[in-house]
Design a protein around this ligand. Structure first.
Ligand code: GLC
Length: 781
């Protein structure tokens, strides 16, 4: 039964084209010439986005034309044809079809009756289009590839998968059959014939994405309720799609520099002595580390915003001592507030009506870590203000960041019923509408509280989220386990998170549940060194997992890769700066940079760290060598041997246990740092750039960014930016240009460490420079 009927008429209101169908009015809004919003008010009259805030209004030229049987909207980049029954075709400006609504018959495959138990166990609905309140299906082509959707299990390419967006804490080891995890990011990218577009289905009820799992003729997105509100975001480059998506939902803001260092966590460092012991170990062993975590046991009976003074006698004193040693401390905060009439957070919240209620208006209770607990109504801005103020309690003790956990929200005594009520600033909404954005608003409150309290860029790590939460928080992928399978799975998962706006992300290095083996940690730290959030964490009851907890070799390998990470901090910070502007994730699939090379479309076990570094880690036990694909168009330099390879080829790299295959794009520049035990230990007086030359002629550009690494002053121009151009032919020519000089740094020198120079002459800013024996050139600033 079609919900729309015949196309009757249209009217233009600003950038909105309102279309009247027989049975339903719809609206098509031209956001930009390459971003189009499709809106049908099935549930509320207005758009009700939690992800898109303060969207910039663009002045756009577009034309609308109605012929007998369809309506045509033309922008400078796209043509949209709208037919009866609200069937839509989208073309590029040359008339090539990009995305067509499916017009055929719906034929979800039938399960034989005996398979129903399996279907149930997998949580799959055996739905057809009539069973979803909101449903759009698009025609599938054989040569389509799918990416994005945030944190999902399985392969990089999402073709043939069916996923559900319903923030879920499932403690069983996550496998490919899991169709939902902690996060809901209803954003899909498609590539066909090297042309990409994205679909952002901005609906925070339970949503579904099916990429040809039900039937290979079509793919669909659907929701249990709410409006149809989706954006078509044209590329043709994946880069442009991600940029467009992050224009809508926001980019990851520039973080504090220390957050890029190594982070050590454990459930739980049980008291002040143990925490000091961990800190001392890092410094005595010379393993760099910036951050230590306190998991739930630091609290008094799991009461949030309290300390157990038997275990942590003097929190401020302890944190001060750690700060003097160069450590920051991050504490966990869960949303569940313990029911305890003697506990001020509970009392305060109850008096003010700050907790979610059941359908009779009685404060709703469930079980979480503290036992019987209540749930702050984060959808209410007054509750958020209260929660934001509570951050002060932690900041006053010297806490540097907050780890928001269990915010799906998780509950031990059955799921929250659909009709638990949240007061969404005067518009009451049911749990089924609030669920997927619950964490989003907890993170927003936390962000605002920390920002107001410290004036610094807040550091928050969250487990659950919705599209747009990246503006407030980094994410980790929850409770993985210490298995090779989970190390393998983490790579496509993080790459897709990156493509979905969450470029500041990481997994529990070494694995959370189960005991890690020494070899697994040795290989996992090799991946962790390149993931934006680099945190080792493990569950209560599992074996110790700190870098030194196994044997000398494991410690050595941890140290080697953690040191490599610290060397790359300026490069990573440059990537963060870039990401904050255009959404380009720190780690990304090869196809992000090499979209014309179709061999990159299904590579699950290699990733790019920025534009210049390709990492092909070992993700199998005992692996002595692995195949590496080097994408075409560039030459690649083996980071360890400096051997050069032509792109577009598969090579075999031997992988002794301390070697993670790393390749640097020939001709490129990488900003690096001197060794330090923690970020800020040494005054940054010298910029060090490693230049990796190739044999063929090349030209490259590198942008280096610098600021105080913690405040918001960069927003008023207190930062420096440099452009470094390297051209290689018979000579090597390097040109450095200062683009911005608003930050008063301590820099005295700029050093170039040149690899594969092959006796070429080096000219820097027009001067023939003298080179040391080890190919280092230093220029004064
Ligand atoms: C959850 C978190 C985990 C944490 C544990 C105890 O399982 O995902 O990281 O250690 O709770 O707080």
């Amino acid at each position: 039964m079609n919900k729309y009927g015949k196309l009757i008429d249209y009217a233009i209101n600003d950038n909105d084209v309102k279309i009247k169908f027989e049975k339903q009015d719809v609206s098509i809004k031209i956001i930009k010439s390459d971003i189009i919003n499709f809106f049908v008010p099935f549930f509320r009259n207005e758009r009700n986005s939690k992800a898109v805030e303060n969207l910039k209004k663009y002045t756009i030229k577009f034309e609308v034309e109605k012929s007998n049987d369809f309506l045509k909207i033309k922008t400078e980049k796209l043509i949209i044809d709208i037919f009866d029954n609200f069937l839509v075709n989208i073309y590029d400006i040359e008339g090539n079809i990009l995305c067509a609504d499916y017009k055929g018959e719906y034929k979800p495959f039938k399960r034989r009756s005996g398979d129903f138990s399996l279907a149930e166990a997998e949580g799959h609905n055996i739905n057809s289009e009539n069973e979803y309140k909101v449903y759009v299906s698009k025609k599938m082509e054989d040569n389509m590839y799918f990416y994005g959707l945030g944190e999902k299990t399985g392969h990089l390419n999402k073709k043939s998968y069916h996923y559900v967006n319903w923030n879920t804490d499932n403690p069983s080891p996550h496998g490919e059959t899991f169709d939902r995890l902690y996060k809901s990011i209803p954003f899909l990218i498609s590539i066909k014939d090297t042309t990409a577009f994205g679909i952002f289905f901005d609906n925070h009820f339970k949503t579904y994405f099916d990429m040809g799992h039900d039937n290979k003729e079509y793919y669909y997105f659907a929701a249990d309720d709410g409006n149809l509100d989706y954006y078509f975001i044209y590329g043709p480059e994946v880069k442009k799609v991600v940029e467009g998506y992050t224009k809508l939902t926001g980019t990851v803001p520039l973080p504090q520099l220390w957050t890029l260092g190594y982070q050590q966590c454990r459930w739980s460092y049980e008291n002040d002595e143990r925490l000091m012991e961990i800190a001392n170990n890092f410094r005595e062993r010379g393993i760099p580390c910036d951050t230590l975590y306190l998991d739930i046991d630091y609290m008094d009976g799991y009461r949030v915003f309290t300390w157990d003074k038997n275990k942590f006698k003097d929190p401020s004193g302890l944190l001060k001592r750690l700060r003097d040693m160069g450590f920051k401390v991050v504490t966990i905060i869960d949303p569940g507030v313990k029911v305890d009439t003697e506990y001020n957070i509970y009392k305060d919240g109850l008096e003010n009506g700050y907790f979610a209620k059941d359908n009779e208006g009685i404060t709703y209770r469930n079980e979480v870590w503290p036992g019987t607990s209540v749930f702050p109504d984060f959808l209410n801005s007054n509750v958020r203000k209260w929660w934001a103020k509570n951050q002060k309690i932690m900041m006053d003790n010297g806490v540097s960041g907050i780890w928001n956990d269990m915010n799906e929200p998780a509950s031990f005594n059955g799921p929250l019923p659909d009709d638990v009520m949240f007061d969404n600033d005067g518009i009451p909404v049911m749990h089924k509408e609030a669920h997927n954005v619950y964490a989003h608003f907890m993170d927003k409150a936390t962000y605002e509280g920390i920002k107001c309290e410290t004036g610094k860029r807040p550091f928050i790590v969250t487990r659950a989220c919705y599209s747009g939460t990246q503006k407030y928080s980094t994410v980790w992928t929850g409770d993985n386990v210490s298995t090779w399978e989970h190390l393998r799975m983490s790579i496509p998962m993080l790459m897709n998170l990156g493509l979905s706006g969450f470029g500041f992300c990481g997994t529990d290095v070494g694995g959370f549940g189960h005991d890690a083996s020494a070899e697994l940690l040795q290989r996992w730290v090799q991946v962790g060194a390149f993931t934006p959030l680099f945190r080792n964490h493990s569950a209560m009851g599992t074996r110790d997992q700190e870098p030194w907890a196994f044997d000398e070799l494991t410690e050595e390998i941890n140290k080697k890769y953690i040191k490599l990470r610290y060397k790359l901090i300026p490069y990573l910070y440059d990537l963060m700066w870039n990401m904050s502007k255009n959404g380009a994730p720190v780690i990304r699939p090869l196809l992000f940079n090499y979209q014309n090379d179709k061999n990159t479309y299904e590579i699950n076990d290699e990733f790019m760290c920025g534009d210049n570094i390709l990492v092909a880690p070992v993700v199998e036990q005992g692996k002595k060598a692995r195949m590496v694909y080097l994408p075409s168009g560039d030459n690649w330099i083996d980071y360890w041997t400096k051997e050069e390879f032509k792109g577009g080829s598969y090579i075999i790299k031997e992988t002794p246990i301390d070697i993670c295959p790393i390749y640097i794009k020939a001709g490129s520049v990488i900003a690096t740092s001197e060794e330090q035990n923690y970020i800020g230990e040494k005054v940054y007086e010298k910029m060090i750039f490693e230049v990796f030359l190739g044999n063929k002629e090349s030209k490259s550009r590198y942008y280096h960014y610098l600021d105080d690494g913690e405040s918001f002053k960069y927003q008023i121009g207190e930062y420096n930016a440099y452009k470094i151009k390297v051209s290689v032919d018979d000579n090597v020519e390097i040109k450095v240009k200062t683009l911005e000089k608003g930050y008063n740094d301590k820099l005295r020198e700029m050093e170039f460490r040149i690899h594969n120079l092959n006796n070429k002459k080096v000219i820097i800013n027009g001067q023939n420079e003298k080179i040391s024996d080890n190919n280092i050139i230093t220029i004064n600033l």
